[in-house]
Each structure stands twice: as structure tokens, then as C-alpha cells.
Design a protein around this ligand. Structure first.
Ligand SMILES: C[S@@+](CC[C@H](N)C(=O)[O-])C[C@H]1O[C@@H](n2cnc3c(N)ncnc32)[C@H](O)[C@@H]1O
Length: 267
């Protein structure tokens, strides 16, 4: 409830709290078992193919599959890519290794996350910069692909971010986007995207795939909270990890939110 009030009424305050929250998460977890911070994706229960992963990626299968689901729609050869809100860099590393773009820059406003990524993900062509989604410091038409996963819900001004996406994309470039919104805000969100001046190539409601992924990933998520979060903060963090507040064994939830994927293109 408090969360919802902050999202709707005080977006700038929400953004500040988010920043502190993500700095705190990086401070809690100096180990390398938290490389992704999204709710995950699966379509196995719908007959989707199980992608083959490197052994070290298997533990991150569900959040990684969300990146795979976005990335598989386009050709990455020779592409210069930008990920806004790259978090702890698991998606950036996976895409560099699997889809092999020419270059990939991950940007996040958590300095600790950027420092972690610089030490942990050292791959030729991959770089991490500190920055704000609403004030991207890149030249016009400099990227073939912009990626954004489960982060724009925290931005106080989505239109500003979308204007930057359009500006930094080359003509013909793609915007790969996944996020969630409270049910009553979904129509307004779709309108904002429609008004962003990018061509909509594909849109998909993946809420049930995300809920299924949360269920399959429940034990790992519960273990992460129980291992790293001090007990007096756990209730809040179960909620944050998509596990029902108060009880880690409780029903999974997205708190009346819908999760969507969009593929858009600059004409
Ligand atoms: C839920 S995490 C997702 C991280 C990553 N995309 C993933 O899927 O693992 C949200 C991320 O958005 C970042 N973030 C939130 N607001 C931001 C802003 N205004 N500019 C840049 N990054 C921001 C946070 O620091 C955090 O790393």
C-alpha cells in the first residue's frame, strides 16, 4: 500500500528510496550469487524450448530467460548496444556471451552496482557507466539497440527516458523493453509508449510467465533473502523479491501488476 502510494503520488521520492535500496542490496551481497534483480520469465509450461545454459548460468535461469526472451527477437551481430539500468550486470554478461554484439554499455544509477559489474564482468566490448536513465550522456544516434528490463517503474518521468531512447537510437535501431505496472495504470503506460515516436513491432503480456518463473525460482529467492538480509528487514525484502510479505512460503504475487514486453523500432 505504502509502495503504491509512493509510486503514484511521489515518484521523485520513490526514485531516491530506490537508489538507497539498490545501493543497500549491493552492500549486502558482496558475493556473486546475485547477478540479476528481475522477477524472471519462463514458457516451459507452455511447451517453450529450454535454452541450453553454461553451468555457471544455470542458477540464474529464470531472470536470465527474461533477457533471452527480449534479445532473441533481433540480430545482434555488429550491433552497439546500451542497457539502461543494468543492475548487477548478469543480463549484460549473458547477452555479450550469447548474442555477441560488437559493444555493450550498461548504465545504472547505483554506483555500487557499477563498481561490482566492472570487477565481476570483464568481457571485451563490455563496459559499465554510472548514469541516470532520464539524463543519458550519449550522442544522438549512437546505438543500434537499447535495452531496459524491470527498471522504468522507478523512473519519476518515463517520457524523459523514452525521449532519450529515441534520441540515442540510430534510425532502424531497436528498443527492447520489459516492465510491470499496476493494472489501473496499464492503459496510460501503453499510451505513453505509443506517443514516444517509435514503431511498435511487438507487445506481449507475460504476467503469467513471470508468475510461473517466480514459483519455479522460489527456493533460490527465499534463500537469498534469508542468507543476506538481516532478520528485521526480511519481510520487506520477501515482498521485494516477489514473495508474499510475512511468509516466504506464501502465495506469489505481483501486487495487482501486469508485466509486459515491448519491441519497438526507430524509423
Ligand atoms: C529491478 S532492478 C533490475 C536490474 C536489471 N535490469 C536486472 O534485470 O537484473 C532495477 C535497476 O534499476 C536501477 N535504476 C532505478 N532507477 C534508475 C535511474 N533513474 N537511472 C538508472 N538506473 C536506475 C536500479 O539501480 C536497479 O539496478
Amino acid at each position: 500500500m505504502l509502495n503504491k502510494l509512493l509510486f503514484h503520488r511521489f515518484p521523485t521520492l520513490k526514485s531516491w528510496i530506490t537508489r538507497i535500496q539498490y545501493e543497500f542490496i549491493s552492500a549486502l551481497n558482496p558475493k556473486h550469487d546475485l547477478l540479476f534483480m528481475n522477477f524472471g520469465y519462463t514458457d516451459h509450461h507452455e511447451g517453450g524450448a529450454r535454452i541450453l545454459l553454461d553451468p555457471q548460468d544455470e542458477i540464474h535461469r529464470y531472470p536470465l530467460q527474461l533477457y533471452h526472451h527480449l534479445a532473441k527477437h533481433i540480430v545482434w551481430n555488429n550491433a552497439d548496444a546500451l542497457e539502461v539500468s543494468s543492475g548487477r550486470g548478469g543480463g549484460a554478461s549473458y547477452i555479450m556471451r550469447k548474442f555477441k554484439p560488437r559493444s555493450y554499455i550498461g548504465v545504472d544509477f547505483s554506483m555500487r552496482a557499477i563498481e561490482f559489474c566492472r570487477t565481476h564482468h570483464q568481457i571485451d566490448g563490455l563496459r559499465f557507466d554510472h548514469g541516470n536513465a532520464e539524463d543519458l550522456k550519449f550522442a544522438d544516434s549512437s546505438f543500434d539497440i537499447v535495452l531496459n528490463v524491470e527498471a522504468s517503474l522507478y523512473y519519476p518521468n518515463l517520457d524523459k527516458f523514452l525521449a532519450h531512447v529515441k534520441r540515442v537510437l540510430k534510425p532502424g535501431g531497436y528498443f527492447l523493453y520489459a516492465d510491470l505496472r499496476y493494472e489501473e495504470k496499464v492503459n496510460e503506460w501503453h499510451k505513453q509508449l505509443k506517443d514516444a515516436g517509435l514503431k511498435l513491432v511487438k507487445e506481449e503480456d507475460i504476467t503469467k510467465n513471470v508468475l510461473e518463473a517466480l514459483e519455479k525460482d522460489r527456493a533460490r529467492r527465499t534463500h537469498l533473502v534469508d542468507t543476506y538480509v538481516p532478520s528485521f528487514l526480511r519481510e520487506q525484502f520477501y515482498h521485494f523479491a516477489g514473495l508474499k510479505a510475512n511468509t516466504p512460503g506464501g502465495k506469489l504475487h505481483l501486487e495487482h501488476r501486469r508485466y509486459w514486453v515491448f519491441i519497438m523500432q526507430k524509423e
